[in-house]
Design a protein. Structure first.
Ligand code: ZN
Length: 390
């Protein structure tokens, strides 16, 4: 059976918004057609009329399903280092369970998320991903700031990658402060050979920049507490991003996540580098951890591929892309929904290489369809809700 849905607006993401438009969907979720208002071809069909805006299924560009068990366990707004220390100690005292990950997966599906770029440190989430209706791409995240441990850490990562087979997965560095040059070299070689995309947490705290610029700040104490000797590390006289980007093969698609302390100089550095860089924002997690947002406006005038992620339930109260969009629009009133919907859909699909199927409402794709309610024209409101249609 073919279903016809019309709404105040349809936002296809790759074409202009359709006011009072209609979309036809086949039984398998395939888009069969998009029709403007008063289309003659719709005269004899039953159209379900809805109030709100129909958008493609959401692509969550950053999550850690395996951290779902840390929901509501870590105090808010204490900064990144305090957050990481909490994760380290809670990992020892609490046990991850399949139930909480299944619940998080279900929550994402109900909130209209159809694909997730998920960061994993272990195999815990595999079974959930295998049985989920959501498309998962797993980024196996490696951590080792000590150069002499790089080889072992990379080998363990390669073993984990094999365990995730046949699911889509690749190996990536965790963050500039937790990956040595040597580890970057191994990962760079792997990505160069496989063509896999790279994703890395970037500039989530000002201390990360301080570490790279001057070898100062809170990270020095942090390493000391962990018993890690960083005598080998020399101050780089520039922000972390400018030091690590050259360590990634130039042709590799790279997604930088968070960017809370990225400066205009850093942005110009990336522009000059001629790389395919995607910036991913996780605004609710940024407020949860650092109580600060990236300077979003700085990024939007340069034709960058921008995406949005929820991060995990360790640093967020829900896994909901609409909540992330609400936070963005509340704090940056100049943003247009026609723009941010692309961040939450097609741009993430492009980064993951799944845009033939997902990310926009186009004939032949099976992108999933969401209705955003409580809208005004092409604007969402604090009361807006997401309802999964397909
Ligand atoms: Zn993360």
């Amino acid at each position: 059976m073919v279903n016809y849905y019309s709404a105040d607006f349809i936002l296809p993401a790759t074409s202009e918004p359709l006011k009072n438009g209609t979309v036809a969907v086949g039984p398998d979720g395939a888009i069969l057609g998009l029709y403007p208002e008063d289309s003659l071809s719709l005269q004899d069909v039953n159209v379900t009329k809805l109030e709100g805006i129909i958008v493609p299924g959401f692509i969550n560009s950053h999550c850690h399903l395996e951290l779902s068990y840390l929901y509501n366990k870590i105090p808010q707004k204490e900064g990144l280092l305090s957050f990481i220390k909490n994760i380290i100690s809670l990992r020892k005292s609490l046990k991850n369970t399949e139930e909480v990950m299944r619940e998080a997966d279900r929550q994402m599906w109900e909130n209209g998320i159809v694909a997730v770029a998920d960061v994993s440190n272990n195999i815990d989430s595999k079974k959930i991903k295998e049985n989920s209706s959501i498309y998962y791409y797993t980024f196996i995240e490696l951590l080792s700031f000590e150069p002499d441990k790089a080889k072992d850490v990379f080998r363990e990562g390669s073993e984990l990658l094999e365990q995730f087979s046949p699911l889509h997965a690749s190996i990536v560095p965790h963050a500039p402060y937790s990956a040595s040059k040597e580890l970057f070299r191994f990962i760079g070689k792997f990505c160069g050979e496989t063509g896999s995309p790279v994703t890395i947490h970037n500039q989530e705290s000002e201390d990360e920049n301080k570490l790279y610029r001057y070898k100062s700040g809170e990270f020095l104490n942090f390493y000391k507490e962990l018993g890690i000797n960083i005598d080998f590390f020399k101050p780089q006289a520039r922000n972390s991003i400018q030091s690590i980007i050259p360590l990634i093969p130039v042709q590799q698609k790279t997604m930088l996540v968070h960017n809370t302390y990225t400066s205009l100089k850093d942005i110009y550095f990336i522009l000059r580098s001629n790389r395919s860089v995607t910036w991913c924002f996780c605004p609710n997690a940024n407020l949860y951890i650092e109580d600060r947002l990236p300077k979003v406006e700085m990024f939007q005038y340069h034709d960058f591929n921008i995406t949005v992620g929820t991060d995990s339930l360790a640093s967020n109260t829900s896994l909901c892309m609409l909540s992330e969009l609400k936070t963005l629009h509340l704090n940056f009133p100049g943003l247009l929904l026609t723009e941010t919907i692309n961040w939450a859909t097609i741009n993430g699909a492009k980064f993951l290489g799944i845009d033939k199927e997902y990310g926009s409402i186009e004939k032949g794709k099976r992108p999933g369809l969401n209705l955003i309610t409580h809208t005004e024209g092409l604007k969402i409101s604090a009361e807006s809700k997401v309802q999964k249609l397909v």
